[in-house]
Design a protein around this ligand. Structure first.
Ligand SMILES: C[S@@+](CC[C@H](N)C(=O)[O-])C[C@H]1O[C@@H](n2cnc3c(N)ncnc32)[C@H](O)[C@@H]1O
Length: 263
């Protein structure tokens, strides 16, 4: 299969992901990080792509066992049975808090978040997952470290004496929270639902080992590839709309860095 674009870190294919994924020349991706069409907008006028491709979770399951998928609560309620039938089990959800809201309906809250859910197949212990650590907002914690020095028998009980052997101080980081705040791309996007790299990098770091490969079968603007590069991962993208493939190729060619170089 001939890629639409390829460099040291990213390969992009043009076409329907259900036709492309079975023919990829990688045996497996470490994870998928993707934002499929939610099927919630009217597929008319300028937005002709917002149709959930039937059965795509089954195709995705042939190439990886770990997947972050963006959507709304409505998407996941509507599609839970399809995801489960394809063998996916949900591990957790995170909230993307995206700043200024979208939607102008007066009868509901102005929407300023989306959900990303993590799915896996098989045994959890076999799935790569590394929660990113972020700088702590609390002052460093120091605790004494003690070891059992002695014990004496008193009736039916053992009484222990403990000896301090040093102190432990935290490293100034904590596990990243499940609400990720990253301003949306309003005014600077090349795709109507473009995700900022700020929400993608923690998901990639969680599910893909350094140097591994992330697959995005609904690439849109190519933001997943840019995020993958930032954190030293490779990316394989698929996009059905050739106009977006062209934009992705231009975007990636502009930022191409040698693999492993930090952005
Ligand atoms: C929600 S957008 C993804 C936006 C992307 N996350 C970004 O940050 O730019 C979904 C994309 O999937 C593409 N798409 C829809 N059906 C597809 C299919 N069957 N195979 C591959 N791409 C498809 C659409 O053209 C659209 O660009």
């Amino acid at each position: 299969m001939t890629p639409y674009y390829a460099d040291d870190t990213v390969t992009l294919y043009h076409g329907d992901m259900r036709a492309i994924l079975p023919n990829l020349d990688i045996a497996a991706a470490d994870c998928i990080v993707t934002d499929p069409p939610y099927g919630l907008m009217h597929t008319s006028g300028t937005c002709t792509w917002d149709t959930w491709p039937a059965d795509w979770p089954t195709t995705a399951a042939t190439i990886t066992r770990s997947m972050w998928c963006f959507g709304t609560m409505r998407t996941f309620l509507d599609r839970a049975a399809e995801l489960t039938a394809a063998g996916w089990r949900m591990s957790q959800d995170v909230i993307w808090s995206k700043g200024s809201g979208t939607g102008v309906q007066a009868d509901r809250f102005r929407r300023s978040h989306e959900i990303a859910t993590h799915w896996y197949r098989g045994q959890w212990r076999d799935i790569h997952h590394q929660t990113p650590r972020v700088p702590s907002t609390r002052p460093p914690v120091t605790r004494p470290v003690v070891h059992r020095a002695d014990s004496i028998r008193a009736g039916r009980n053992d009484i222990y004496t403990w000896k301090p052997t040093g102190t432990w101080t935290d490293d100034g980081t904590r596990y990243a929270l499940s609400v990720i705040t990253a301003p949306n791309m309003q005014g600077r996007s090349t795709h109507p639902t473009e995700k900022p790299t700020g929400v993608l990098t923690p998901l990639i770091e969680y599910a893909c080992p350094p140097g591994g490969t992330v697959l995005d079968p609904f690439a849109g603007s190519g933001s997943t590839a840019e995020a993958a590069r930032k954190v030293g991962r490779r990316a394989v993208l698929v996009e059905a709309d050739e106009a977006y493939c062209e934009r992705i190729a231009r975007r990636l060619a502009q930022d191409a860095l040698p693999f492993g170089a930090s952005a």
